[in-house]
Design a protein around this ligand. Structure first.
Ligand SMILES: Nc1ncnc2c1ncn2[C@@H]1O[C@H](COP(=O)(O)OP(=O)(O)OP(=O)(O)O)[C@@H](O)[C@H]1O
Length: 770
């Protein structure tokens, strides 16, 4: 399957394609120059009212985006050509669509996402979709450097030998290329099984299951670009969210969408999904597992309820010398009045405050107007109203309201809950002490990614007490209205004084067309942030489409958060249940998704591994078979002829041997990762750094070798991978075999394993070296 058979076209063809591609670049330059001119014109405008400012901003945004897209198309503008049975002119496929100036029916270049481009990815000799020949055009800068042709003709004797991979030689060249530490796009070589998923209907939840290296991330990102192209208007308004496992992973994939000309997408990891918070602290996997359980939704809800008018003993109040008693039964009355006012805690607070004041005022009036003869209260209605005002101004009553119905933020609620054994116990009836103990933490501990869904859950129940905000908004509206009226009065006044001729008085003035209200509306400052910026800053934003990568790692609570962000359930979920490392993650898609979307999801599978050579996959498959995860490996698409090896090192020398092996790998081209059990991270990183001073333990993969624990290499890939202490990785992880499987499958070229003790039986396929 992996033989590279160049399908080179004659040199004359190269000249033909160079002429055509040259023409495309001329057109691109022309369009760019025109767009720059339009942008400059807009920037030179001096808008005189807020509406014009808004319009100008929109135009500036439009032209800027267009320039960004045109610039992104520069590299590899055109990469394909289709010759069809029933058309005389060839169809060229590229990164963007370009039409000819005189509006010819056949565009100069068809955007890879357009339906007309699909046969480039999916036509086969058996289903040729009207295509006679598919040509892959490779360019460097603006120069065509090679052409590879595939004839889709069943009578062609070459066809029978082919592997079924579209553009095999071009694909294999891309797969063999050394890596840079940043993911690149695959528009030139998308394969048919990937294309089907990229273009799948946007409605509903699509789950893409596939072994390591099958292109799940690549497919997810190209699908994002495809959906933005196909549903541009809708998604421009509602936004698209891509969720990945770690900040390092997000940095790794960050260039792909911009290289496809798309910049308006929100990329976030779980810890970054709460606006204004970067939850980056780490915690033990057992703790994250407990926090991720669905039952935590009940715990958070109970924690909120337990902060609502719960008294363990009566409160004595002193109002102007009069002593009053506020009982547990009184608190219960407040609770039911406030809860019937709003489901949301903070929104119910004004009702709680009113109920407390009413009740205290009544007790006060009863006491003051007590009739010793046992007859009706001596106070009249006005007296009672005056007492109510007095009670409402009383600091002791304010303190009582704060105690009975505190204004709560999600952060405060959760910090209090996790720091208080009593609050935890009341909020989690039926839980084991051991699980509760896992949740406990000191009050000012930093937030972890697993806290983010809990904070979000709390926000859903707390809401905001926006009464202060509402009255500020009302005041601001009134101010604008007054100002608008004054403006109109001024205009009107000046006209009546100045208009001397009948003709002038016939002219329409602003006051004729506008009333104060609509002028005030126009004067509202336009929100000039892009959709992505607004979405990223708003916790309650709901996206038009959500893409989740490495989705097998998400806990049930994280799913709840994401599904709230996507009420339409238009989602693409990609992952591999055989690579789950977190205890809270998934072992089957049905188990994860059924509680949230029932059976309304469909499964797509990817079966070909584009990353890992067959020699390495043979070893990794053995680990997978023993992991009991039930995952299925993907078929490796190429082999390198280089066998992965193992080397034994005495425990005392482990770090040194690993450093030496790393230095050896580092002589090869491309990127290098050393994957180690977390507990050995510092020692091995120090040894590797002593040998290779550029080595890092953080997530910048572009600067040199990295030493990382298995959970940090999820989703990434490197030319060379060195795994240290495989048994340590298996023992340390909650799903240790999965972690080892992930580590082994990161390599695109070579793999070595250094082991202090016996080699795990699953790795016996490695070539032992001394
Ligand atoms: N059609 C393709 N053409 C060229 N390269 C491809 C293609 N499909 C996948 N690749 C490359 O294969 C590698 C693996 O892809 P990707 O990271 O998307 O796989 P994955 O399924 O997400 O892997 P994992 O589950 O291990 O994280 C990447 O370098 C990607 O660019």
């Amino acid at each position: 399957m992996s033989t590279v058979r160049p399908e080179v076209a004659p040199a004359a063809d190269l000249a033909v394609e160079q002429r055509y591609v040259g023409g495309l670049y001329t057109r691109l330059d022309d369009l760019r120059a025109r767009t720059v001119r339009r942008l400059e014109e807009q920037l030179a405008l001096v808008p005189h009212n807020p509406q014009a400012i808004g319009e100008r901003e929109a135009q500036v945004e439009l032209h800027t985006q267009r320039i960004v897209a045109l610039d992104a198309a520069e590299s590899g503008l055109c990469f394909g050509r289709l010759d069809r049975h029933d058309a005389d002119v060839p169809r060229y496929i590229g990164r963007i669509g370009l039409s000819s100036e005189d509006g010819d029916e056949e565009p100069l270049l068809v955007d890879w996402r357009a339906p007309a481009a699909q046969p480039f990815y999916t036509a086969t000799p058996l289903h040729d979709l009207g295509v006679r020949r598919r040509r892959h055009i490779r360019t460097r800068g603006r120069t065509v450097v090679s052409i590879a042709d595939e004839t889709l003709d069943l009578d062609d004797p070459d066809v029978a030998e082919r592997s079924g991979l579209a553009g095999e030689s071009v694909l294999l060249a891309a797969l063999n290329a050394t890596r840079t530490g940043r993911m690149t796009d695959i528009v030139r070589t998308i394969q048919a099984e990937q294309d089907r998923i990229i273009r799948a209907d946007s409605r509903g939840v699509v789950v893409v299951q596939g072994g390591p290296g099958t292109g799940k991330t690549a497919v997810a990102l190209h699908r994002a670009a495809y959906l933005l192209y196909t549903h541009r208007e809708r998604l421009a308004r509602s936004g698209l969210l891509v969720v990945g496992p770690t900040p390092t992973f997000l940095r790794y994939i960050a260039d792909v969408l911009p290289s496809l000309g798309e910049t308006g997408v929100v990329l976030a990891d779980l810890g970054g999904l709460r606006p204004g918070l970067q939850a980056r602290a780490s915690e033990r996997p057992e703790v994250a597992e407990v926090k991720g359980r669905l039952a935590m939704a009940d715990v958070v809800a109970a924690a909120v309820r337990n902060r609502q008018a719960v008294l363990d003993r009566p409160v004595e109040l002193d109002i102007d010398g009069t002593r009053l008693r506020f009982t547990k039964a009184d608190a219960a009355r407040i609770r039911s009045r406030a809860r019937s006012a709003s489901r949301l805690h903070n929104e119910a607070r004004p009702a709680a405050a009113r109920a407390v004041i009413d009740l205290v005022a009544r007790k006060y009036a009863d006491k003051l107007g007590e009739n010793v003869l046992g007859e009706a209260n001596l106070l009249g209605r006005d007296d009672v109203a005056a007492l109510r005002r007095e009670v409402a101004a009383e600091p002791a009553v304010h303190r009582l309201v704060d105690r009975l119905w505190p204004r709560l933020t999600a952060e405060r609620l959760l910090a209090d809950l996790l720091a208080s054994p009593e609050q935890l116990a009341t909020a989690s009836p039926g839980w084991s002490d051991a699980d509760r103990a896992l949740l406990r933490r000191p009050p000012s501990s930093p937030w972890t990614p697993a806290d983010v869904p809990l904070l979000d859950e709390a926000d859903e129940l707390l809401g905001v007490d926006d009464s202060a905000q509402r009255s500020a908004t009302r005041r601001e509206e009134q101010r604008r209205l007054r100002h608008a009226q004054e403006t109109l009065d001024l205009l009107h006044g000046s006209r009546s004084q100045d208009s001397e001729t009948a003709e002038e008085s016939e002219e329409l003035s602003a006051g004729d067309l506008l009333d104060a209200e609509s002028l005030a509306e126009r004067q509202q400052a336009a929100d000039t942030r892009s959709t992505a910026e607004r979405a990223a800053a708003d916790r309650t934003w709901t996206y038009g489409h959500v893409i989740v990568d490495e989705a097998q790692e998400l806990s049930a609570m994280a799913w709840r958060l994401l599904l709230r962000r996507c009420p339409t359930r238009s989602m693409t979920v990609v992952g591999d249940v055989a690579q789950t490392s977190s205890a809270a993650g998934a072992s089957s898609w049905a188990e994860v998704l059924t509680p949230h979307v029932g059976r309304h999801w469909r499964l797509e599978e990817l079966t070909v591994n584009y990353r890992t050579p067959a020699e390495i996959m043979a070893v990794a498959d053995e680990v997978l078979a023993r992991s009991g995860s039930g995952g299925t490996a993907a078929q490796a698409v190429r082999s390198t002829g280089e066998r992965p090896w193992s080397q034994r090192a005495p425990e005392a020398d482990l770090a040194g041997v690993v450093a030496e092996a790393a230095a050896e790998f580092d002589k090869e081209d491309g990127t290098l990762a050393v994957v180690v059990p977390r507990r050995r991270l510092d020692a091995i990183a120090d040894a590797v750094r002593a040998r290779l001073p550029g080595a890092a333990t953080d997530g910048d993969l572009t600067t040199g070798p990295v030493v990382l624990p298995p959970e940090a290499v999820k989703g990434l890939e490197f030319d060379s991978v060195l795994v240290a202490d495989p048994s340590g990785i298996v023992e340390e992880g909650v799903r240790g075999h999965n972690d080892l499987y992930v580590a082994l499958t990161r390599a695109t070229q070579r793999l070595g394993v250094v082991h202090p003790g016996d080699l795990p039986a699953a790795l016996s396929g490695l070539e032992a070296r001394s």
